[in-house]
Design a protein around this ligand. Structure first.
Ligand SMILES: [Zn+2]
Length: 88
């Protein structure tokens, strides 16, 4: 089975943080990432899914060809809020 990755925004990355996000360590490097509530739901439904930062996700996909989870409606909503917060 292909590995599943939950892509998370690094804490060091300035920008919008989804309310209710938790800080956890990337499972592949020491980077701290924000895990949004919608991502916890994905993790709950897919216990094998790995929480990784953007950087690891990119290198991981290049080397392993893993699969990034489809965006859930909750995530789409978070991204919409993120875009709105950027416009202000
Ligand atoms: Zn990482």
């Amino acid at each position: 089975m292909d590995p599943l990755y939950i892509l998370c925004m690094p804490v060091s990355h300035p920008g919008y943080v989804v309310p209710g996000s938790l800080k956890v360590k990337c499972e592949q490097c020491p980077e701290l990432v924000f895990v949004a509530p919608s991502s916890w739901l994905i993790r709950h439904d897919n216990p094998g899914a790995k929480i990784i930062c953007m950087k690891c996700a990119l290198s991981e996909m290049e080397s392993e060809g893993g699969e990034i989870m489809d965006i859930t409606p909750a995530q789409a909503e978070e991204i919409r809020e993120y875009k709105q917060s950027n416009e202000n």
